[in-house]
Design a protein around this ligand. Structure first.
Ligand SMILES: NC(=O)c1ccc[n+]([C@@H]2O[C@H](COP(=O)([O-])OP(=O)(O)OC[C@H]3O[C@@H](n4cnc5c(N)ncnc54)[C@H](O)[C@@H]3O)[C@@H](O)[C@H]2O)c1
Length: 347
């Protein structure tokens, strides 16, 4: 769809994927107006997007569960495209505080949809995840949703609401379901930054269960390119799986990172890793057919080796004080955050 006018509201734009997307859009489409609408939850930092802020790229501190705040942003900035990346995103935390995930991921999405019912836009891009399919082989984008934990269940429930608003209220929506994403600025509760930061600090990497569960990885710049293609050429009502051929077991991710850090390459794996209890249910793998996004001309360009080298370099240079005291908790096997830190930026 050619975009005549582009005033894009990116909910959750100050997070990991959001900041990569803003970096991409600013470089490619400097005339677009971007409103980054984000509550700066425990894992997020304004400095993720500070270098890109300008007259055209504006940060609005707001919560997607607050309809008044969201509607004002849509009206005040004359928004015609909404990209929803705002979510609680960590599976392990969803096992601890599942209602928080329902509140942000499901209710928050429905609040956005209600706002768009009252003030329509040309396009709503909804970020979902490969995890909504569970660990079944997903041959098509229409495969059944079989989530296995509160995080993926909340994402699947949000997808259902988007689908319902498309059918009942003609919402012009597109779904995006991506494999695991990695790169700079990812909060260290996720496997790759947790591994890098633990090793940089001389701590053992906590690894769930056998470490043999497989995950597929996309560099955040390749994901930003995929979102760009969908934003400009995606078909309304389609589901775009954004998948990668780079599949590694969690233990192989650790091995690869250790190999890429010269000071550690002589050390034995068992001295650097600590096996912990597993998740109550740990999806064995995610395998999606991505032919629809490939038909738009997308394929990933960043090899895992080079993406990882850049990512390690970023954490070496920046990570020691990027997130502050909450980092200690994020690096645990199953992070539990003190309420004061979890809600430190609450509006
Ligand atoms: N990172 C991955 O590997 C991955 C894979 C598949 C799908 N996704 C999806 O991509 C999206 C972005 O993920 P991410 O990795 O950037 O996560 P992230 O946790 O880094 O960023 C989420 C952002 O949402 C914001 N946010 C949270 N609650 C909010 C609320 N109530 N109101 C406004 N903003 C709020 C946070 O402050 C943060 O900036 C999520 O929908 C996630 O489910 C991520």
């Amino acid at each position: 769809m050619p975009l005549n006018k582009s005033n894009i509201l990116i909910a959750g734009g100050a997070g990991f994927i959001g900041s990569a997307l803003i970096e991409h859009i600013v470089a490619r489409y400097p005339s677009y107006v971007i409103i980054c609408f984000d509550c700066l939850s425990y894992c997020s930092q304004l400095k993720n997007i500070e270098p890109y802020l300008s007259d055209n790229v504006i940060f609005v501190k707001g919560d997607i569960t607050n309809k008044i705040a969201l509607k004002s942003a849509l009206v005040n900035y004359d928004i015609n495209v909404v990209i929803n990346l705002a979510a609680n995103t960590h599976v392990d935390l969803s096992l601890e505080i599942p209602f928080d995930f329902t509140n942000v991921n499901v209710i928050g999405t429905q609040v956005i949809l209600e706002c768009l019912r009252e003030r329509s836009v040309d396009l709503y891009l909804h970020m979902s995840t490969d995890e909504v399919y569970g660990d079944s082989y997903c041959n098509t984008s229409n495969a059944p949703l079989e989530p296995t934990n509160p995080y993926s269940a909340s994402k699947a429930a949000a997808d259902m609401f988007v689908h319902a608003y498309m059918k009942s209220f003609n919402l012009p929506a597109i779904f995006m379901r991506t494999n695991n994403v990695y790169g700079p600025r990812q909060f260290p509760e996720k496997l790759i930054p947790k591994t890098i930061m633990s090793l940089l600090r001389g701590s053992k990497v906590p690894l769930h269960g056998s470490g043999l569960n497989q995950r597929r990885y996309i560099h955040c710049t390749d994901l930003a390119t995929a979102i760009d293609l969908i934003l400009h050429n995606g078909q309304i009502a389609s589901v775009y799986n954004i998948g990668s051929e780079t599949e590694l077991s969690n233990i192989d991710v650790c091995r690869t990172i250790i190999k890429a850090m010269p000071s550690l390459s002589e050390q034995k794996l068992e001295d650097l890793i600590e096996f912990t209890k597993d998740r109550p249910y740990n999806d064995s793998r995610y395998f999606m057919n991505s032919s629809l996004i490939e038909s738009l001309g997308w394929k990933p360009h960043v090899s895992f080796e080079s993406g990882l080298a850049d990512t390690i370099a970023w954490y070496e240079a920046n990570s020691s004080d990027w997130w502050g005291p909450i980092t200690e908790y994020a690096l645990q096997a199953f992070p539990r955050y003190p309420s004061s830190l979890l809600h430190q930026n609450k509006i």
